[in-house]
Design a protein around this ligand. Structure first.
Ligand SMILES: Cc1cc2nc3c(=O)[nH]c(=O)nc-3n(C[C@H](O)[C@H](O)[C@H](O)COP(=O)(O)OP(=O)(O)OC[C@H]3O[C@@H](n4cnc5c(N)ncnc54)[C@H](O)[C@@H]3O)c2cc1C
Length: 320
């Protein structure tokens, strides 16, 4: 069976969920071979094996931490040359897309970014993308070279499928461009304790209807009861009620969680663009005519200040 390279996103050996989703998708096309780089690369092996990696190629070198993406591209290219895979899958983060694009240029292949699904096809893997503010769903395949495909978080359910996960050291030699951009400082973001917005399985968002920064605490309380990330509409962000890093939409982040709860959000096209591919959408809005109700699975017509705290309380009580 053909091998499929999967680029591993991890933090000191802790594999992030989008990589486990990639392994699930990779198994539809062939045998996943994972590529883990940097500090803790070998520690990723048990989780990767548990989710179907037949091999884990690892490399560590100061270059991975001290310089921007090129050393990682050098390593992924080394893995590509060692394995001659049927496809290369990379998580669709900003860094992942840059690594994938550079690899595709180097190996003369076509690239598909931001896929939301992947299936095997007679002439190579077929990727589904959601285009034009999710107004269209397209299916495409790479027609030149080895397909390089980046896949958005939450595009597949993580499935365990234990495999050997044999660790092999990857031999990497860095090109002269590898040290072109040096990392000179790092400032860790203050942790909210909540999941990353673009990776969260559940997102609870608030809009202009929340009516003030102080009221976002009720959105946060609902999010925390569900283990969710908090999102915001641009109106709420522009009003200074919530940080721009939490904005969902065309000029914010795109999310595709299992569950998206919109509170006090009208459903403007630019907001939809960032959340329309969510699996289940729930809206709470006091205006029954609000456009958000056109795309919801469940709609609650009501005042969010009544509904949201009750919902939080009910969820808490069911958790016992
Ligand atoms: C180029 C461009 C890019 C944009 N990018 C984005 C983007 O990335 N993300 C984004 O979100 N927007 C974006 N916008 C803005 C977008 O057009 C809307 O203005 C914005 O999404 C509206 O935010 P909102 O739904 O919170 O506010 P509103 O449209 O004002 O809606 C507020 C809603 O809250 C309801 N409400 C009020 N009080 C309550 C209550 N107590 N209980 C329940 N419901 C209540 C109201 O009925 C209303 O439906 C962009 C616009 C442009 C032009």
């Amino acid at each position: 069976m053909a091998e499929v390279l999967v680029y591993v996103d991890h933090v000191d050996g802790a594999v992030r969920k989008p990589t486990l989703e990639l392994l699930t998708l990779a198994r539809r096309i062939g045998e996943p071979v994972a590529v883990a780089l940097g500090a803790g690369a070998e520690a990723t092996a048990p989780a990767l094996a548990e989710h179907g990696a037949v091999k884990v190629l690892t490399a560590d070198a100061p270059e991975f931490a001290d310089y921007l993406v090129v050393p990682k591209v050098d390593a992924l290219q080394a893995a590509y040359e060692a394995v001659s895979p049927a496809a290369v899958l990379v998580p669709s983060s900003a860094e992942g897309k840059e690594i994938a694009a550079r690899l595709a240029v180097r190996i003369g292949s076509g690239i598909i970014t931001d896929a939301v699904d992947l299936e095997a096809g007679d002439e190579g893997p077929v990727a589904t993308q959601s285009a034009f503010a999710a107004s269209f769903t397209t299916k495409s395949r790479v027609s030149k070279g080895t397909p390089v495909i980046t896949v958005k978080p939450n595009s597949a359910a993580v499935e365990a499928a234990p495999a050997a996960g044999t660790v092999e050291a990857l031999s990497v030699s860095f090109g002269e461009l590898a040290t072109g951009t040096k990392v000179v400082a790092r400032t860790p973001r203050e942790s909210t304790g909540r999941p990353e917005l673009t990776e969260a399985a559940i997102v609870v968002s608030g809009g202009r209807g929340v009516n003030g920064a102080e009221n976002f605490s009720i959105i946060e309380a609902l999010a925390d009861s569900l283990g969710a990330a908090v999102g915001a509409s641009r109106a709420a962000v522009d009003a200074g009620w919530y940080p721009h890093s939490n904005q969902v939409g065309q000029t914010g982040k795109s999310v595709s969680p299992q569950l998206y709860i919109a509170s006090g959000i009208s459903g403007a096209i630019q907001h939809r663009a960032g959340m329309q591919t969510s699996k289940t959408i729930v809206a709470i809005n006091k205006d029954a005519e609000a456009p958000i109700f056109e795309l919801v699975d469940y709609g609650i017509v009501g005042d969010l200040f009544d509904v949201v705290p009750q919902l939080t309380q009910e969820i808490q009580s069911r958790k016992g």
